[in-house]
Design a protein around this ligand. Structure first.
Ligand SMILES: *Cc1c(COP(=O)(O)O)cnc(C)c1O
Length: 471
């Protein structure tokens, strides 16, 4: 449809970019995408993003802008926020964050500014930040710098932004982490409670990127209340399962947390972006996101968020969310039946964490061998990973994208077969000094080629963006 014609306009200016856009569609169509954090947004969502709304500056919030002429942006932002509130049952929604990390930064700032008794901070909010004296800044840094954050350990599936060193949150906060039970791989709520009692964090962070199970947020809220912490849940990965009412009751973070952050492009299937949901008492702090933390809002992306959120309110999205989980279960069962080792022994969300050390491989070797065979996954640490965060011992796989394409349980079983074929056919290779390499591997080219062909066959029955043809 019209996408092809639009691409001609790009081609006339910079043909290499038009080519890269077309090639990306080919690549996405041709590979078995099992990256748990990726999806395929609808053409309506993509179109809402590719237009002149992008040309507008709109710092501030609806009705309180630092720029003139924001009527349409106000409309777009209001509709996106309204869909978000109604979809998730939240009192307040802030739809400006440009990504999940940005949403977390907005939320951290909001909690600090709500909770920390700091005269310097109060002055910072009353005055323009530029007017703060050097001494105010020094006081502010001292008063804010001592705050504590408790988040899920990285090797248990937590995210870098939950207080870990490679992210600024690890420098802003004094951090400790909670993990999983070594015997079961499941989140250890008793250990978490004990750590929280001793550490007394300002912020207790729930949520994960690589934990294959549901989390009980009612228990987490109870722990937060007991130690006087603000419960912040980062549902970046599983927002679509909350939206689709697969995660309800104790497992629905919006009903339990003081503040919830998310991406909009993972299971939620919207444009690349972020969002913050919160209770009323945090709303005014969250709304300072731009310009306190964020650059100018992206009106075109907010428009796409509104479209995707409207889609997420339909019956067919609920059906999609249930199929995502059913497919992950089918994939896990298919892998287990063929001898794979899975962290926690299975899944009850959208992702599966395969412990590839059972096949004598590092995550890096397994990821590369699978990619050679047309299966796109990503390597991931497992609890107490002996291979560290770079090589790892795990491969994370998820079903949100392939479920959007229409694949079901029967196809998941076939995918499990293909994955096991690759994993059992791959051997670690020697490195330059003759020792076992954590990166090099040997996979028979004929096996890779056969699996690639089978993957392509499987996908041929499930066209991606069928209405779009490119020259
Ligand atoms: C993906 C993810 C993020 C980061 O999202 P970006 O949009 O890449 O910034 C943050 N938190 C969690 C838990 C995530 O899984």
């Amino acid at each position: 449809m019209a996408f092809g014609a639009s691409l001609d306009a790009v081609r006339a200016v910079e043909p290499r970019i038009a080519q890269a856009i077309a090639d990306e569609l080919d690549a996405q169509r041709g590979s078995l995408k099992l990256i748990a954090s990726e999806n395929y947004a609808s053409p309506a969502t993509l179109l809402a993003m590719g237009n002149w709304l992008s040309d507008k500056y709109a710092e501030g919030t609806v009705g309180r802008r630092f720029y003139a002429g924001c009527q349409q942006v106000d409309t777009v932002e209001s509709i996106a926020a309204e869909h978000a509130r109604e979809l998730f049952g939240a009192s307040h929604a802030y739809v400006q964050p440009h990504s999940g990390i940005d949403a977390n930064l907005v939320a951290f700032w909001a909690v600090l500014s709500q909770r920390v008794e700091s005269p310097a901070l109060r002055r910072a909010q009353v005055r323009q930040v530029n007017d703060l004296s050097e001494q105010d800044w020094a006081t502010l840094r001292r008063e804010l710098g001592d705050q504590r954050m408790l988040g899920m350990a990285l090797d248990a599936g937590g995210h870098l932004t939950h207080g870990f060193r490679p992210n600024i949150s690890g420098k802003m906060f004094d951090q400790r982490s909670y993990g999983t039970d070594p015997a079961t791989g499941l989140l250890d709520y008793d250990a978490l409670r004990a750590t929280a009692r001793e550490f007394r964090p300002l912020i207790l962070v729930g949520g994960y990127s690589a934990y294959p199970r549901r989390v009980n947020f009612a228990i987490m809220r109870e722990i937060a209340d007991e130690v006087g912490a603000t419960l912040l849940v980062d549902m970046a990965h599983f927002a679509g399962l909350v939206a689709g009412k697969v995660l309800t009751g104790d497992f629905d973070p919006v009903q339990h947390a003081h503040i919830v952050t998310t991406t909009t492009h993972k299971t939620l299937r919207g444009p690349r972006g972020g969002m913050v949901l919160c209770q009323d008492e945090l709303a005014e702090h969250v709304d300072r996101g731009c310009p306190m933390v964020l650059g100018g809002p992206l009106p075109h992306v907010m428009a796409a968020k509104a479209v995707a959120l409207a889609e997420a309110r339909t019956e067919s999205f609920r059906d999609y969310a249930q199929r995502v989980v059913d497919n992950a279960t089918a994939l896990a069962e298919g892998l287990l039946r063929r001898g794979a080792r899975l962290v926690t022994g299975g899944t009850d969300n959208h992702l599966v964490l395969v412990d590839v050390s059972a096949h004598g491989l590092t995550g890096r070797q397994a990821e590369a061998a699978l990619l050679d065979s047309g299966i796109v996954t990503n390597r991931n640490s497992i609890p107490q990973d002996p291979n560290g965060a770079w090589y790892t011992s795990g491969v994370r796989v998820g079903t949100p994208a392939l479920t959007t394409r229409g694949l079901g349980a029967a196809e998941m079983d076939q995918i499990a077969e293909l994955m096991i074929t690759v994993l059992t056919s791959t051997r670690p290779a020697a490195d330059a000094s003759g020792g076992a390499s954590k990166a090099k591997y040997a996979l028979d080219g004929a096996v890779a080629e056969k699996v690639r062909a089978q993957a392509a066959d499987l996908l041929a029955g499930f066209p991606l963006y069928p209405g779009i043809t490119l020259p």
